[in-house]
Ligand binder design. Sequence first.
Ligand SMILES: Nc1ncnc2c1ncn2[C@@H]1O[C@H](COP(=O)(O)OP(=O)(O)OP(=O)(O)O)[C@@H](O)[C@H]1O
Ligand SMILES: [Mg+2]
Length: 341
Amino acid sequence: MKKDRQIIEVRGLARQFGGVRAVAGIDFEVCEGEVFGFLGPNGAGKTTTINILTGLARADKGEVRIAGIDCAANPKAAQRLMGIVPDESNLWPELNGFENLSFCGALYGMRGREREKRADELLDMFGLGDAAKRKFGGYSKGMKRKLTIAAAIIHRPQVLFLDEPTTGIDVASARQIRLLLKDLNDSGTTIFLTTHYIEEAERLCERVAFIVGGKIVRVDTIENLVRDVQKQRVIQLTLSRSGNTAAGSDSCGLEELPGLLRVAFPGIEFESITGSALRALSMKALPLAPLIRFLEEREMDVTEAKIIRPSLEEVFVNITGVALEQMRKEKEQGKAKGGKA
Ligand SMILES: Nc1ncnc2c1ncn2[C@@H]1O[C@H](COP(=O)(O)OP(=O)(O)OP(=O)(O)O)[C@@H](O)[C@H]1O
Ligand SMILES: [Mg+2]
């Protein structure tokens, strides 16, 4: 049921805050029926973009069309076609689940019986039937996110926009949300989402755009992106400092290793993954025995060596130059804004 009609068209979009170019002139399209992901490090411009697309923020320059409608000229008409799940919930804490949905339905001009029936149907679909009469303010994070998505689709929009739909919620709820999004897409809804969870993009999206410093650096299908990196061979070595300091050994710190290894093994790229693991990446076969010997000479025992199947994560790191671990930590510590842009 996929079609070639472009349902989102973005041309020359730009937005500046003071001296910060949050969105620095971007162009892309999303086809009807697609799940399209916007991936980028903290402060890359994802939220600013989605807010402009959904009319929650204004652009300095550029054009957005939803199903052919110019959003600047006809914001109301465009908004009827879209559902919006912002990064922070926009629902009313004093109203219960049912009332929130029914009220959102009313905002979209749905009549009493119709919106109540739809509210019940959605509460059921999102597993929130038992919480229907509880105040939204008392919901858990996962329940809040689910109700926010339910509210966003009450009027059966053609396009659903979600800003980080599973950030900060438990694994089971995140999985349930992903399944619900898949079902929605199967029934014809186009989905545009931002995420910093690479696995999420890999599982859900057909195409992704990588945005760094307000610019789109690559747009492609997951299939194409992953095919490129899967030509690479990657081995992950877990290291521990050996106890016996052999005579003539050449001890060094783990942080110095990638640099030393690059010099000793030209043509192979080395990255530290965690405090005790190292990855070797190459387009050719990796010389494992000489590598282990080199490390042992520097008092590092290789306690495990495993072959890594490169995934979208490697593509992301290659393209954006941002280490994922660092990005996750920043996010968890709430240092979301003004990061590496
Ligand atoms: N209202 C604002 N006032 C000033 N600066 C802003 C504002 N909104 C965003 N910015 C800046 O614009 C840049 C892009 O921010 P944006 O929130 O779009 O990034 P993001 O990709 O959503 O990041 P994150 O992954 O942390 O959510 C950042 O440098 C941010 O500090
Ligand atoms: Mg954001």
